[in-house]
Write a protein that binds this ligand. Structure first.
Ligand code: PLP
Length: 392
């Protein structure tokens, strides 16, 4: 059977860098104890690994204190923690027009508790103008949440400029870096970010099941954790400890995740985010150039490697894009993703709602010949769908 061509790195990066799988299995095979729960030797090894993982994350995002690095099961969990923890009845929030359901769904849930929110418009390429924000701020606006880069079409949002506007307006700024962390530079201080939410399994190249948030203790004290329980310390207290990161880390964390993520972060540091980004930009240009040669495609996003991550979404107007994506998989073993990509509001901004797009997201490990193969296969699959009249 032909090897799969994996073009779904926006969902989760694959393959992982050398050593990540081995680090995960090292925990299972050789370590096998819990964090902070006892004083025996392997616990100390594990505690050191967790600490080192936090140190690496703090360094990557220029966070001044490693205690501010909180791990969660996912970036979705992190976003729910801050959005639900910081907004209450009567409050208003603003989000970009390119958000994932991980941001909009918690806000729609909060609407039932008298929280309101509005969208900062994005144009049909996904671009946001920070100059639009001030006019949308109301007396009860507390928070702005934006993604750093769209998971639908790759468009990068100007987080530093948005952060500055938030500072001027006295608003909290929450950034969803699910797509950008590890690929673009992020500096929580210079970018004026109050809470940075990240995923471990995408551009940070770790295993799934570990993400997190970075925030200072003052802000953390205002947030009720979504989940409370055992923390391994201060067990005599009926309330969960206030100290970070424990405040948000009740229950056994993803211990294998610390091993895998710590290893991938070491690899990432050796490569450097600039090298990862530059390589992905090259792949983006190659893919874009080829897509532009195929008749009848609508290519979404900025179509410019400087303002986009390595994600290209396409529509084939008139045709059933599900059938095209199915052929890519069934005939060519090319893994793409088809539909709304959990971001209906981003698709509304792009004009692709409710059908969505076929998303091709190469990653650092994608080979140029895989891009060429995917382009040939896509051209044939579109022609096939046309011939067979596989219309919408
Ligand atoms: C921009 C963005 N935010 C949030 C998420 C949610 O990530 P997870 O499912 O890992 O929590 C994703 C996943 O694709 C994403 O792309």
């Amino acid at each position: 059977m032909r090897e799969k061509t994996y073009l779904d790195n926006s969902s989760t990066t694959w393959p992982k860098p050398p050593g990540v799988a081995e680090a995960v299995s090292e925990y299972i095979r050789d370590v096998g104890c819990n964090l902070s729960r006892s004083g025996y030797g392997t616990t100390c090894v594990l505690n050191r690994k967790a600490r080192s993982c936090r140190e690496q994350l703090a360094e990557l995002f220029n966070c001044p204190d490693l205690r501010q690095v909180v791990t969660t099961p996912s970036v979705t969990f992190a976003l729910n923690t801050v959005i639900k923890g910081l907004l209450g009845p009567g409050d208003h929030a603003l989000v970009s027009g390119m958000e994932h359901n991980a941001v909009t769904r918690p806000l729609f849930q909060l609407e039932r508790q008298d929280v309101s929110f509005g969208f900062i418009p994005c144009d049909s390429t996904g671009r946001l103008d920070p100059g639009d924000i001030k006019a949308l701020v109301r007396p009860n606006t507390r928070m702005v949440v934006t993604t750093h880069a769209s998971n639908v079409c790759g468009t990068v949002l100007p987080i530093r400029e948005v952060g500055r506007v938030c500072r001027e307006e006295g608003l909290l700024y929450v950034v969803d870096s699910a797509q950008s962390a590890g690929v673009l530079p992020i500096d929580v201080q210079a970018d004026c970010i109050d809470v940075l939410c990240f995923a471990g399994h995408k551009g940070l190249f770790g295993p799934p099941g570990i993400g997190g948030l970075i925030l200072d203790e003052g802000l953390a004290a205002r947030i009720e954790p979504l989940v409370v329980g055992g923390t391994g310390v201060e067990s005599e207290q009926d309330a969960v400890p206030d100290a970070l990161p424990m405040h948000f880390e009740s229950g056994t964390p993803n211990l294998m995740g610390f091993y895998g993520l710590s290893t991938s972060l070491k690899w990432l540091k050796r490569q450097g985010t600039e090298k990862v980004h530059a390589r992905e930009q090259g792949l983006y240009r190659r893919l874009l150039g080829g897509l532009q040669q195929i008749d009848g495609l609508r290519i979404l996003g900025t179509q410019d490697a400087e303002s986009s991550l390595c994600v290209l979404a396409i529509d084939v107007p008139g045709l059933d894009i599900g059938a095209v994506a199915y052929r890519l998989d069934s005939k060519y073993r090319i893994v793409t993703r088809c539909g709304l990509h959990c971001a209906p509001w981003a698709n509304r901004s792009l004009g692709t709602f409710p059908i969505g797009t076929i998303r091709l997201s190469p990653g650092y490990f994608t080979k140029p010949r895989e891009i060429d193969y995917a382009l040939e296969a896509l051209e044939e699959s579109v022609a096939y769908a046309r011939r067979r009249k596989l219309t919408r």
